[in-house]
Design a protein around this ligand. Structure first.
Ligand SMILES: Nc1ncnc2c1ncn2[C@@H]1O[C@H](COP(=O)(O)OP(=O)(O)OP(=O)(O)O)[C@@H](O)[C@H]1O
Length: 207
C-alpha cells in the first residue's frame, strides 16, 4: 500500500488548574490500545497517532518528529505544524515558548529538533550542510516575520512566480545558522522581541 505522506497526530492536554477550579469536564478520551479518541459520548475518530493527557514531550517527539528529522537529513522535505483552538496546547507541543526557561523534559518539538539536527551534523564531517532559519507567524491570513526587529516592516507579502508557486516571501529575513545554540538563542530572544548580538554565529540575509 502506498504510504500517505501526511500524518495526523492528536494530543489531549490535561485540564488546567483553573479549569479544574471551575469544574470543567473532560470531553475527549482515548480508547486504550487503539489510535482512536471519543468526543462526547460516542463520536469516534481515528488518527495516525494519539497522545493522552499523560503523554510526555519526549514521547511526542520520538514518535512523530524523530523519523522526520532522519528523513530531512537524507534530503527529504518535512513540515510539522500544530493546529487547534486557542489554549489547546499548540505552543506547548511545538515548543515555541521561551526555551531557556523551560525544564529539559518539558521542551517541545522545535528545540529538540534543532538539537538533533546539529548533533547529526556534528557527527557527519564528510557532508556539507547549510542550515537556514526563518520564523514566520501566520495569523488571520497575515504573515509576520518574527525575526524582523529593527523596523516596523514586519508584515510579509507573498509573491507568486510565473508558475503560480507562492513560496516567495518579500522581505523575509533568513538566518544562516552555524550552531545549535545560536538557533535556540535567536528563537528565545526573538520571542522576547529584544535584540541580541548573534553576529558571530548567524549571517543574516534578506530576500
Ligand atoms: N500537554 C500538556 N501538558 C500540560 N500543560 C499543557 C499541555 N498542553 C498545553 N498545556 C498548557 O495549556 C495552556 C495552553 O497551552 P498553549 O499556550 O500551548 O495553547 P495554544 O494552543 O498555543 O493557544 P493559543 O492558540 O491561544 O496561542 C498553557 O498553560 C500550557 O502550558
Amino acid at each position: 500500500m502506498e504510504e500517505i505522506p501526511v500524518k495526523v497526530a492528536v494530543r489531549i492536554r490535561p485540564l488546567l488548574s483553573k479549569e479544574v477550579l471551575h469544574n470543567h469536564q473532560v470531553c475527549v478520551r482515548l480508547i486504550p490500545n487503539t489510535q482512536q479518541i471519543i468526543i462526547g459520548k460516542d463520536r469516534v475518530f481515528t488518527f495516525d497517532f494519539v497522545f493522552g493527557k499523560h503523554s510526555t514531550q519526549d514521547e511526542v517527539y520520538t514518535t512523530c518528529i524523530k523519523p522526520l528529522v532522519a528523513s530531512l537529513i537524507e534530503g527529504y522535505n518535512a513540515t510539522v505544524f500544530a493546529y487547534g483552538q486557542t489554549g489547546s496546547g499548540k505552543t506547548y507541543t511545538i515548543g515555541g515558548g521561551h526555551v531557556a526557561s523551560v525544564a529539559e523534559e518539558e521542551r517541545g518539538i522545535i528545540p529538540r529538533a534543532i538539537e538533533e539536527i546539529f548533533q547529526i551534523i556534528s557527527e557527519n564531517h564528510n557532508i556539507d550542510f547549510t542550515v537556514k532559519v526563518s520564523y514566520i507567524e501566520v495569523y488571520k491570513e497575515e504573515l509576520r516575520d518574527l525575526l524582523e526587529l529593527e523596523t516596523s516592516m514586519k508584515y510579509l507579502q507573498i509573491r507568486e512566480d510565473e508558475k503560480g508557486n507562492t513560496g516567495n516571501y518579500l522581505n523575509l529575513i533568513c538566518l544562516f545558522a552555524l550552531a545549535c545554540l545560536a538557533v535556540s538563542n535567536v528563537i528565545n530572544e526573538f520571542l522576547k522581541q529584544t535584540s541580541i548580538d548573534v553576529k558571530n554565529l548567524l549571517l543574516t540575509r534578506k530576500f
